[in-house]
Write a new protein. Structure first.
Length: 362
């Protein structure tokens, strides 16, 4: 045994002994790899060309690739201490995801108690992300995802807003009260980002799930409320099929928030008429999911309208067909097609998208 290896093995043995001695604690290591081949057919006025790509699942796949550690410790009386450290990665290149952050997907610590709820502090998913996931046959995934951004004449333009995370978040969630749940989030800007706020209410019982969130920033320069975003989602499982839908309304959009529902760097809309800067984006989505043995098929349509106070506006829509095949409990094959519609369809680099991928989790 080399001298350099010996301290590492001693530390690992000590950690294992500590975990064994505290049977009331659990440490779970988990991971997921998702890769897909995508073909993008560009709109005739987009300035882009057609291209084949091998992408990590974070780009329209079922899930972004990741690994993480989930820790829970029973403190007695039903009270638990919990922590999650989750790192994103690009499986096509091996690079860290989320701008190179060590634990860019989420990292938080907190307490939970079944009758009192849960407190979390750290980098977390914002509340609208889970609401939006209720509206799509595959959650926030695949070419059917309402939160997929579009490249409009070389600039990234949001469809539905989907950050989907924020830093320095304090979150308080209620327990399940007869199917009703609620959550509140706040993140101080710390002088480098706008102050972020969010609230969510939901109800789930049997086949029905419904939820709504409202999020906004308090500008660190003017003190005004900006990036006001209301998201509503619902689905109902009839058995042979599930119907899903929702809407999102976004007002007073502003760049440079640094944290919250909108963290993008572009609101310029380019189409056949004069280009304009949008300060309002309103949209809806409708979909269906149909399980057939090991297959699950889905279809949806998402539409948005970009507007500004001067009356300029333009529309963009996306129709998508999708299917996945279950090889095992943790491994899926999937494929999908999407087609752009509306005023901007010829100005979108992702005018038509074909996708085929594999996802494995453990």
């Amino acid at each position: 045994m080399t001298p350099a290896l010996k301290p590492t093995l001693i530390a690992a043995a000590a950690l294992l002994a500590a975990c064994t001695a505290q049977a009331q604690s659990s440490v779970v290591l988990y991971g997921l790899i998702d890769l897909a081949v995508d073909h993008y057919k560009a709109g005739s006025a987009s300035g882009a060309g057609n291209v084949w790509k091998l992408n990590d699942g974070v780009v329209n796949g079922l899930n972004g690739s990741r690994w993480g550690v989930r820790v829970s410790e029973d403190l007695g009386g039903g009270l638990k201490a919990n922590a999650v450290l989750e790192s994103g990665l690009s499986a096509d290149t091996g690079a860290l995801g989320q701008g190179g952050l060590a634990f860019g997907r989420q990292v938080f610590v907190g307490f939970s108690q079944a009758s009192l709820g849960e407190l979390r502090v750290g980098r977390q998913y914002i509340l609208s992300d889970s609401v939006m996931g209720m509206t799509n046959p595959y959650g926030n995934a695949s070419v059917a995802n309402p939160g997929t951004a579009s490249t409009n004449a070389g600039r990234n333009l949001p469809l539905w807003l989907n950050a989907p995370r924020a830093n320095n978040v304090v979150q308080l969630a209620t327990p399940n009260l007869g199917g009703f749940t609620g959550s509140v989030q706040i993140a101080p800007g710390e002088g480098t980002a706008d102050r972020f706020h969010g609230v969510k209410l939901g109800f789930g019982s049997g086949a029905l799930n419904i939820a709504a969130s409202y999020e906004w920033n308090e500008s660190r320069t003017t003190g005004a409320d900006v990036n006001k975003s209301f998201t509503f989602g619902a689905n109902y499982n009839f058995g042979p099929l599930k119907l899903l839908g929702g809407l999102q309304m976004n007002q007073d959009l502003a760049l440079g928030s640094g944290n919250g529902a909108f963290t993008g760097a572009n609101l310029i809309v380019t189409h056949a008429g004069p280009s304009f800067t949008a300060d309002e984006i309103n949209g809806y989505t409708l979909g269906v999911q149909v399980p057939v043995d090991r297959f699950t098929f889905g279809a949806n349509y998402t539409g948005v309208k970009y507007e500004n106070a001067a009356g300029a506006n333009a529309t963009l829509g996306k129709a998508a067909l999708m299917g996945w095949y279950t090889l095992s409990k943790s491994t899926f094959l999937y494929s999908g097609l999407s087609f752009s519609t509306g005023d901007l369809k010829d100005y979108i680099a992702e005018n038509r998208v074909f996708q085929a991928g594999i996802r494995m989790a453990w």
